[in-house]
Design a protein around this ligand. Structure first.
Ligand SMILES: Cc1cc2nc3c(=O)[nH]c(=O)nc-3n(C[C@H](O)[C@H](O)[C@H](O)COP(=O)(O)O)c2cc1C
Length: 385
């Protein structure tokens, strides 16, 4: 067998068989054969797959899979090769490890609005929480932890009773809804569910709801942040590059901010790029900025227990649970992050909330109202590493 060859013909108990190896096999275990005999699950005879493909996939746990001779052994080897190739991506040494998911890449960083990658780590938390909910629905308990050295979230999975929670069922329909809402206060029970969903050991949730004076105070900071952002040309050009001006743009990239989702018209890209600076001004959207929180049932502020990447991930998880719970209750939400994105506004905003010296992470309005056109999502294959 040449180095790199993945299959060889070997003799075992006098029977010719084909053994599959794969290149990363460790020297210490190269000689140990985990034999799979005819009565075992991974067995191909006469070209018929005599066992389920999932069983064949379990062969990836063995150091060697042996196939008995047969007229169609070549086809069987091909099939097994394909299965083992893919399964190898789900293992690290002897440990079962699902393939990594890339929730962002360097090109999606936005240094003007997010110089310390705060939103990047919050987004990773959002993705991790979706995974937690989906895993549970499929009979797995998922425990995410943040690896600060590699800046990754690891998710340990262990068997548990399958439970398709309302949060899981809301994953596909959750969206940011950037239109006006209907205003009336929410039922006490709904607020309690939102509060519980958005709170954990790592993140707290401030609900500025029926308290209109508190909301007006938050609005002052939102307007201050909103006024500062268009004055920064780097911010404006960064935001412009993030806008998808029409459905063609949105389908092409499947990311960014789709203009129809923000209540803006669909226009040709060349026109959008030329006109953006003229329309995106502090004055241009100020009516909308004041109207939207006032049309909401409340404003939520998420605050991590500490201001570091691990806690930003926790904040993302808390926000995602909040948003999924809101979706399950038919409640809309959208971000109003200006007071946490503009550094000069953030500290006074924290102090006004009674959180001096702390870093508020996210500002979100919520309430009942109509849906809007959705942002597109990427297919799973596009985010598998
Ligand atoms: C950490 C974080 C910060 C965000 N900040 C804003 C924001 O300031 N304004 C906004 O309109 N959307 C904001 N978004 C929403 C994203 O633009 C939105 O999630 C994305 O376009 C996908 O759309 P969807 O959530 O409707 O599926 C933020 C999302 C995250 C995770």
């Amino acid at each position: 067998m040449r180095p790199g060859d993945r299959f060889e013909r070997v003799e075992s108990s006098g029977e010719p068989v084909v053994a599959g190896r794969w290149p990363r096999i460790g020297c210490d275990c190269a000689d140990a054969l985990a034999q799979v005999q005819p009565e075992d699950p991974v067995y191909f005879d006469d070209g018929r797959l005599a066992a389920k493909v999932t069983d064949a996939a379990m062969g990836a746990r063995a150091e060697c899979v042996m196939l008995n001779k047969g007229a169609h052994v070549v086809d069987a080897v091909r099939t097994l090769d394909d299965i083992l190739r893919r399964m190898q991506l789900h293992r690290s040494k002897k440990r079962p490890l699902l393939r990594a998911l890339r929730s962002w890449n360097r090109s999606s960083r936005r240094p003007a609005v997010d110089p310390d990658d705060h939103h990047v780590f919050v987004s990773m938390g959002c993705a991790a929480e979706n995974l937690v909910q989906a895993a549970r629905a499929h009979g797995l308990l998922a425990a995410p932890s943040f690896d600060a050295t590699r800046e990754r979230v690891h998710v340990a999975l262990s068997p548990a009773a399958a439970q398709a929670s309302p949060l899981f069922q809301a994953i596909a329909s959750r969206q940011c809804t950037r239109g006006d809402y209907d205003g009336p206060p929410l039922a006490r029970e709904d607020l309690a569910l939102l509060q519980a969903a958005g709170t954990s050991g790592g993140a707290r949730l401030w609900l500025l709801m029926t308290d209109r004076p508190a909301m007006e105070q938050a609005l002052e900071s939102i307007v201050q942040g909103h006024t500062a952002q268009p004055a920064d040309p780097v911010f404006v050009s960064e935001l412009k590059s993030w806008i998808r001006f029409n459905p063609g743009d949105a389908v092409h990239t499947r990311d960014g901010l789709f203009s129809l989702s923000s209540g803006n018209p669909s226009i040709p890209t060349w026109l959008g790029e030329r006109a953006f600076g003229r329309f995106f001004t502090a004055q241009g959207e100020s009516d909308q900025i004041a109207r939207q929180p006032r049309s909401s049932a409340g404003v939520a502020v998420f605050v991590g227990a500490m201001a570091d990447k691990a806690h930003w991930v926790e904040v993302g998880r808390a926000y995602e649970r909040f948003a999924l719970q809101a979706t399950a209750l038919g409640i809309r939400n959208a971000f109003l992050n200006q007071p946490v994105e503009v550094a000069a506004v953030r500290s006074p905003f924290a102090a006004a909330l009674g959180l001096p010296g702390q870093r508020p992470d996210l500002v979100v309005r919520f309430g009942r109202g109509p849906t809007m056109p959705r942002s597109l999502r990427r297919p799973v294959d596009a985010v598998l590493v």
